[in-house]
Design a binder for this molecule. Structure first.
Ligand SMILES: *[C@@H]1O[C@H](CO)[C@@H](O)[C@H](O)[C@H]1NC(C)=O
Ligand SMILES: *[C@@H]1O[C@H](CO)[C@@H](O)[C@H](O)[C@H]1NC(C)=O
Ligand SMILES: *[C@@H]1O[C@H](CO)[C@@H](O)[C@H](O)[C@H]1NC(C)=O
Ligand SMILES: *[C@@H]1O[C@H](CO)[C@@H](O)[C@H](O)[C@H]1NC(C)=O
Ligand SMILES: *[C@@H]1O[C@H](CO)[C@@H](O)[C@H](O)[C@H]1NC(C)=O
Length: 251
C-alpha cells in the first residue's frame, strides 16, 4: 500500500516535471521577442531612395557605372558628418547636350557625379548660413578644386558652379545623416567644362640634360672596370704560363 503511494507520488512528480518542461519549451520562442538581438543597421541605400521617386534613372545609372553608389554606401556606414546629394532629374540630363556626357572620360564622369555630392549633411535651414565655396566630393583632396556656391533668398536655394546656375526644386529625402535634394540642371564643374588656358609648355631641355649627365656617368666607369678585368686576365695567363713551365720541368 505504502509502496503504491510512493510509486504514484513519483509518477505524479514525473508527470508534473514533464509538463513543466514542455511548458517551458513552449514558452521559449514566445519569450524571444522580449530580448531581441539587434540586427546591425544597414547603411542607407541612395539608389533605392532615388529609384522610389522615379525620375532619376540617368543619375542612378551614372552613380552605378562610376561606382560612386558603392562609395556612398561605405561613407554612409562610416561617416559621422553625413552626406548631401543634389540629384539632377532625367529632364536635367536630357537638356544637357548629349555630346557633353559622351565626351567625358571615365575619370571625368566620376568627377561629374561626385560634384553633386557634398560630404556633410545639410538641412534646408543650414543653406541660409553656409559659407562659400562649398567643398564637394570631386577632386582628390580638400584643396577645394571642385567648389559649389550656394546662396539663398527667401525660400529659394540657388546653386552655382560658375557654369551652371540652378536652384533646389524639391527635397527628396532627409534623415539627419543623408539629405537628397532635387535640382533641374546638371551642375557642370568649371574644372571639366570650362575652356582651359593652354597648358604651360613643358621644359624638356632641362630634364634631357639631366638624363644625359646620368648616362655619361656609366661609360666613364665601364672602361675602368674593363681595364682591371683585362689586367686580371693577363695575370692569369702569366700564372698559367709559369705553371705550365713548372709542370713541364717536372715531367
Ligand atoms: C540598393 O538598392 C538598389 C535598388 O533597389 C539595389 O539594386 C541594390 O542592390 C541595393 N544595394 C544594396 C547594397 O543593398
Ligand atoms: C559597416 O561598417 C561596419 C564597421 O564599421 C562593418 O562591420 C560593416 O560590414 C559595414 N557594413 C557595410 C554594409 O558596409
Ligand atoms: C536665385 O535664382 C533666381 C533665378 O533662378 C534669381 O532670380 C535669384 O535672384 C537668385 N537668388 C540669389 C540669392 O542668387
Ligand atoms: C563662390 O564664392 C566665393 C566666396 O564668396 C567667391 O570667391 C567665388 O567667386 C564664388 N564662385 C562662384 C562661381 O560664384
Ligand atoms: C549665373 O549667375 C551669374 C550671377 O548671378 C551670372 O553672372 C552668370 O551669367 C549666370 N550664368 C548662367 C550660365 O546663367
Amino acid at each position: 500500500m505504502k509502496q503504491q503511494y510512493v510509486f504514484t507520488t513519483t509518477l505524479s512528480f514525473l508527470i508534473l516535471f514533464v509538463l513543466h518542461c514542455s511548458t517551458t519549451l513552449a514558452q521559449g520562442p514566445a519569450a524571444a521577442p522580449v530580448a531581441p538581438t539587434p540586427a546591425p543597421p544597414s547603411p542607407t541605400n541612395v539608389t533605392k531612395i532615388l529609384k522610389k521617386v522615379g525620375q532619376f534613372t540617368l543619375f542612378i545609372r551614372l552613380l552605378k557605372t562610376t561606382q560612386v553608389a558603392n562609395q556612398l554606401l561605405g561613407q554612409l556606414n562610416n561617416s559621422n558628418n553625413g552626406i548631401t546629394i543634389f540629384a539632377p532629374t532625367d529632364n536635367a540630363f536630357s537638356s544637357l547636350k548629349s555630346v557633353t556626357l559622351n565626351s567625358l572620360n571615365d575619370e571625368q564622369k566620376v568627377e561629374l557625379v561626385q560634384f553633386h555630392i557634398v560630404p556633410t549633411y545639410l538641412s534646408s535651414s543650414q543653406f541660409q548660413t553656409i559659407s562659400n565655396p562649398l567643398r564637394t566630393q570631386a577632386g582628390d583632396s580638400d584643396d577645394g578644386k571642385f567648389p559649389l556656391n550656394i546662396t539663398t533668398s527667401g525660400n529659394s536655394v540657388n546653386i552655382t558652379s560658375g557654369l551652371t546656375n540652378t536652384s533646389v526644386s524639391g527635397t527628396v529625402y532627409t534623415d539627419g545623416q543623408l539629405a537628397v535634394y532635387q535640382i533641374d540642371q546638371v551642375l557642370q564643374p568649371m574644372q571639366i567644362f570650362a575652356p582651359r588656358p593652354p597648358a604651360p609648355a613643358p621644359a624638356p631641355a632641362k630634364s634631357n640634360k639631366k638624363k644625359a649627365a646620368v648616362v655619361s656617368e656609366s661609360p666613364d666607369e665601364t672602361p675602368a672596370a674593363d681595364n682591371s678585368k683585362a689586367a686580371t686576365t693577363m695575370q692569369n695567363v702569366a700564372l698559367f704560363g709559369v705553371a705550365t713551365v713548372v709542370a713541364a720541368l717536372f715531367l
